[in-house]
Design a protein around this ligand. Structure first.
Ligand code: SF4
Length: 212
């Protein structure tokens, strides 16, 4: 895909949605970190339902740590893999208290050292909470990048590197949200809705559908 097409794709995403946001509910970097850990292989809607009850009761490392694994599990048991997520969150809270003064660190290395925090979670937190130029490639972004020809790659790290290189600089900070939303609501995994896709004329996917 050439640079002019890439620029036009993001110009349209920006025109349609000038201030894209994550669909996870949060009101601090710490809440976002916990919500992203909980969201692995789960929907944002499901995570928001659980955190809507959890965060009013506990939204600091100390308060969540005080709940313990069992106490926290009561709030998040509707989320997939809640057992291991509860353990990771409690351990993450402990490390935040002991090593970081109960503040979410702003570097990839420190974030990835926390249990339950991989490269993607670190990228989401750095980008969304701290507005750093990072690219979190999830299943939606991986699919959209490959189908459209925007940043084809065999694995998420390859796609991440290409997006960092190819997305026009003025759109890089918000591109993560636009690509996720596009994959979640338009360029669906099983049947992309090419018939109502805003970038259909720019996309280089060979098996486009006529679905709306
Ligand atoms: S045209 Fe189809 S395949 Fe291409 S981005 Fe749009 S929905 Fe996805």
């Amino acid at each position: 895909m050439n640079a002019a097409k890439r620029l036009e794709i993001f110009r349209r995403f920006h025109e349609d949605n000038p201030e894209p946001k994550t669909e996870l509910a949060y009101s601090s970097p710490f809440e976002l970190l916990i919500a992203v850990i909980l969201s692995a292989q789960s929907t944002d809607v499901g995570v928001n339902k659980a955190t809507a009850k959890l965060f009013p009761v506990a939204n600091t490392p100390e308060a969540i740590h005080a709940l313990g694994v069992e106490g926290l599990s009561e709030y998040i048991k509707t989320i997939g893999l809640f057992n291991s997520k509860a353990k990771n969150v409690i351990e993450t809270c402990r490390l935040l208290i002991e090593r970081h003064g109960s503040v979410v660190p702003q570097t990839r290395e420190a974030l990835e050292a926390l249990p339950g925090v991989g490269r993607k979670t670190a990228n989401v937190v750095l980008n969304t909470a701290f507005r750093q130029l990072t690219m979190a490639v999830d299943t939606h972004i991986f699919r959209v990048s490959n189908r459209t020809g925007l940043a084809p790659g065999k694995n998420v790290v390859e796609v991440e590197k290409k997006l960092m290189k190819f997305v026009p600089k003025e759109y890089l900070l918000d591109s993560h949200h636009w690509l996720i939303l596009h994959g979640r609501y338009v360029c669906l995994a099983r049947k992309p809705r090419c018939g109502s896709c805003r970038i259909e004329d720019l996309c280089e996917y060979k098996d486009k559908t006529s679905d709306d």
